[in-house]
Design a protein around this ligand. Sequence first.
Ligand code: TRP
Length: 449
Amino acid sequence: MTTRILTGITTTGTPHLGNYAGAIRPAIVASRQSDADSFYFLADYHALIKCDDPLRIQRSRLEIAATWLAAGLDVERVTFYRQSDIPEIPELTWLLTCVAGKGLLNRAHAYKASVDKNVEAGEDPDAGITMGLFSYPVLMAADILMFNAHQVPVGRDQIQHVEMARDIGQRFNHLFGNGKEFFVMPEALIEESVATLPGLDGRKMSKSYDNTVPLFTSAKDMKEAISRIVTDSRLPGEAKDPDTSHLFTLYQAFATREQGDEFRADLLQGLGWGDAKQRLFQLLDAELGEARENYHRLIERPTDLEDILQAGAEKARRVATPFLGELREAVGLRSFRTAAQTVTATKKKASKGPRFISFREDDGSFRFRLLAADGEQLLLSRNFTDGKAAGAVTKQLQQGGELDIRPEGDAFTLWLSDACVADSPAFADAAARDAAIESLKLALAPQQD
Ligand code: TRP
């Protein structure tokens, strides 16, 4: 069996070296496994939650698409698309929103962090918090459940979201599945072996710390960033400790074992930091130079990128469209064409089964008869002063359950909550009466299908 792997990349910002080592490179490697069926997409609806600058959204989508392709993603093998090209995603988001507990979403870390910040600042708890932020995990659940992903490679901060996707999916299965599991339960996949790269200052490389090494912008930018890597003040000739040097950690993340060992030995022997930085640049340039060229070629041909992504969307929708059709059907959003058939079918069936017939007496009271399938009268109700009461009694009888039937001579009466509600006609004898009681019970038994 193939494993479906799915992950989304929020399209704010430009990918940096940390994104490459932590997410892009391992995802591309994973997509090459023969049993992997990978779905990678640009989470541009998610980007709108964090960013209201259209130019930046547009630019980032383009850059991230080009980055993944330049880094070697094979779109023949994987399904690569933009979230916003799949209209089934927001549609599924709504179906899931209607089953997701608000209390569940109240517990989402990102939302809670914003609330805490507001409270600390003495503001209204929900100040500046959009429904987009609040519902973020539901949209993400739709991303994952739409394609029945088994594994979802994410960073640690996203584990809770994958768990929420399970919760929400399970609830939907339970409510509408009728024993069928519409959604596969996804697992978050945290790659322990994947490097979290240190940034220029030694903290985790992250845009929010402004300590990143650019990935594909230009060789010059990369060189310039590397020159800013913070080191200790040891001079050339003095021994350096590779194990406390994040420059060395960066080097190792891209080097073979031999290259790493050699670099370590040279540092211990007093390699100057300037030379060390030059060596790091050469290593990265060798590993990424060709991809950088590809990247610029792609960026310059946005229409080609558009075509690639449209083809990806088509591929994804071949899965999403029929599946969403099933889900709509399950919740009751059905065509009237099929619904009309169902109504006729039940009508036909009803006309073959027992029937309640309501009528009004000349004195204005309401009554009903129950006729057996063959038209024989089984019951005639007592008189009800209002139609609602009569309706309530027929409804209760239709729901089935224990019947309080009291034989009286060659007839019988029917009681509900110790009130006599209907009488049978008089039968020829006790045997005919009992046969009628049996057919009454049968007529009012809950339908099996
Ligand atoms: N929220 C994820 C992040 O910020 C991106 C994302 C959106 C995602 N939808 C997803 C990841 C579905 C995995 C699966 O990293």
